[in-house]
Design a protein around this ligand. Sequence first.
Ligand SMILES: [Zn+2]
Length: 406
Amino acid sequence: MSKVVKGSFELMKKLNVEAILKVIKNNGSLSRADIAKLTGLTPASVTNITKILIESDYLIERGIGESSGGRPPIILEINIKARYIIGVSIGVGSIDVVLTDLGAEIVAKKSIYIDESNVSEEYVFANLVNLINEVVEISEIDRNKIVGIGVAMHGVVNPTLGISQYAPYYNWENVNVKSVLEEKFEYPVFLDNDVRAIALGESLFGAAKRIDNFVAINISNGIGAGIIIDNKPYYGVDYSAGEIGHMVVEQDGALCNCGNYGCLESVASNRSVERKVIRSIKQGAKTLLTNEVEDIEKISIRDISIAASKGDELSITVLKETARYIGVGISGLVNILNPKLIVLVGEIFEQDKIMIKTLSEVVKKRGLKISSENVKILKSDLGENAAVIGAATLVIQEVFKGREFM
Ligand SMILES: [Zn+2]
């Protein structure tokens, strides 16, 4: 058999595997006859491919379906425990590692803090490798069942080459994360920018399931957006689409890290919100926070959120002000992209009632009528695990595309 023919045979098998896994995933469980009907494959190919998938543990035969007269059919289901994935988030100040199953259910998780003074590649990778090994160990999952490592990386990322092009917190430029990790582990590595990975995670496992056009907005110390158009991430020419943190929301506003003034990030990042609260307290504002925290310099976004939930006026005022700026940013996105949904990720959205109500009002007021009236705005379902689940999703989507069968 020539190479070309063999290649096209493998590709055909991969495409058939992808088609079959997709219809079963979308429907929960199906009989072979239903699979043939829904995929358009011949009953013989369905029998063939499902046999391979059962042998490799991806599918399980479960129970008996309803008979349409003859012998009742056997129902096939995806076995989400068939394979496992390592999900890594390399974020600002911390690295998180999880092990998940094919349904993105977390089996084990560990995190470490990375101080700004110690961000060399050597140090970070040495710690990351240890962390991955520890997570695999505590999970007690057979290493042979792990199929890949997904990495959600802060900063600008080239997902095709697996390179971190620019990671401001780590002061990295053009670091080949994929090749470093592939040297240390026997698994393939998939890398993307953290917010795009989050968007992917939300689309497969979170608030954006079955939604083809949406934007995930992640607010931490930086602010970014993962844009999904027609069910595909939008990267931009230089992989830097979605930098809404540097959308100007306040003319003559504060100086931003990027050198401009009045960027969304300079007024709505966690750090800028914390600083605003600390400044108000120093200027004499009354707040529950002075009783709740020992050192006001260390007030965190979480403290502010908790105080707001207890009715603290200063915290509520600052959160609402921040929500209005975020609303300005979102209304710009909504006007340009006309998405169906905006998913909000980040601790600042813990008090989602205050935040979503306020920012939605701004979006409705400032956005164009049709797009802003129809857009839904929701808090993430994945919460603090959004980035690691997004990272795992980078691998899970490859598995469901039949990558292992090439
Ligand atoms: Zn900026």
